[in-house]
Design a protein around this ligand. Structure first.
Ligand code: C2E
Ligand code: MG
Ligand code: MG
Length: 254
């Protein structure tokens, strides 16, 4: 069904805005995959693992990049200078032509690489080869931003963190879920934020669900938040309508 899903055009991208705690502006959005399965909408947790195991993630990943390129090219024409982040699985990095395809897709859509952010999980970044790291560094030098996703869940090699070609680190929700109630959770998050900023990266907190969590994160120096506290993932039309009157909704958080 997954193979056919690509051919039948059953995938959709939902975009979740990211809010700068520094400027109060919507700086970009993360594209999140949805499968419009005939039996009902499926979340990535229900199919990404199978897509990775079977290798279908490569076709799906290409579709994701093409769709992001098409959305960004529309924005570019309308003068919208927002960035879209998308997720890349380790299996895609194994493919030798991945970065060439990425360049080709965005070049054909006439979208500068400075409009994209590529998200890799912490575990993917810790495991990938020196040649893949060079490729990541090259695409970054061409303007793309690189984010390390789900930080705090895998086995982070702190020495390697310092050397990775990355711009932003996304704190895993498990790190921040109880910062309102637990002193220890706050101590850990504060130390992690110091570490990330100390190596020159921005900190993004995701799955932020309450204003008080956002307040604590801002006081700790977190740069950007993403979460239900101000917006759910939305399809493009809804996203555009939302961003055009977002200031109202973001005032509580930013
Ligand atoms: P992720 O990249 O860490 O994405 C963040 C997840 O947190 C999303 O789940 C998002 O909907 C959810 N989220 C956002 N705000 C909140 C909040 O306030 N509270 C809670 N509880 N959750 C929140 P989603 O969309 O189900 O995606 C799950 C994972 O699937 C993603 O985690 C990512 O690893 C993977 N994924 C999504 N799209 C793609 C894709 O295009 N390619 C690949 N390879 N993986 C993808
Ligand atoms: Mg992500
Ligand atoms: Mg994440």
């Amino acid at each position: 069904a997954l193979t056919e899903a690509v051919q039948r055009g059953e995938f959709l991208l939902a975009m979740q805005p990211q809010l700068s705690l520094v400027s109060g502006e919507i700086t970009g959005a993360e594209a999140l995959l949805r499968w419009n399965h005939p039996g009902g909408l499926r979340a990535p947790s229900e199919f990404i693992n199978i897509a990775e195991q079977t290798g279908i993630i490569n076709e799906i990943g290409d579709w994701v990049m093409e769709e992001v390129a098409s959305i960004l090219s529309g924005w570019e024409r309308e003068g919208e200078a927002r960035r879209i982040a998308f997720n890349v699985s380790p299996r895609q990095l194994d493919r030798s032509d991945f970065f060439a395809r990425l360049r080709q897709i965005f070049a054909e859509a006439e979208v500068p690489l400075s409009r994209i952010e590529i998200e890799f999980t912490e575990s993917a970044a810790m495991e990938c080869s020196a040649s893949v790291l060079e490729e990541i560094a090259a695409i970054r030098a061409e303007g793309a931003t690189i984010a390390l996703d789900d930080f705090g869940t895998g086995y982070s090699n702190i020495a390697r963190l310092r050397a990775l070609p990355i711009d932003r680190v996304k704190l895993d929700p498990s790190l921040i879920s109880d910062i309102e109630s637990s002193d220890k959770a706050r101590v850990v998050v504060q130390a992690v934020i110091h570490l990330i900023k100390g190596v020159g990266c921005e900190v993004v907190a995701e799955a932020v669900e309450s204003v008080s969590q956002a307040d604590i994160l801002r006081a700790m120096g977190c740069d950007t938040v993403q979460g239900f506290v101000f917006a759910q993932p939305m399809y493009e039309e809804e996203f555009m309508a939302w961003t055009s009157n977002a200031e109202r909704g973001c005032r509580d958080v930013a």
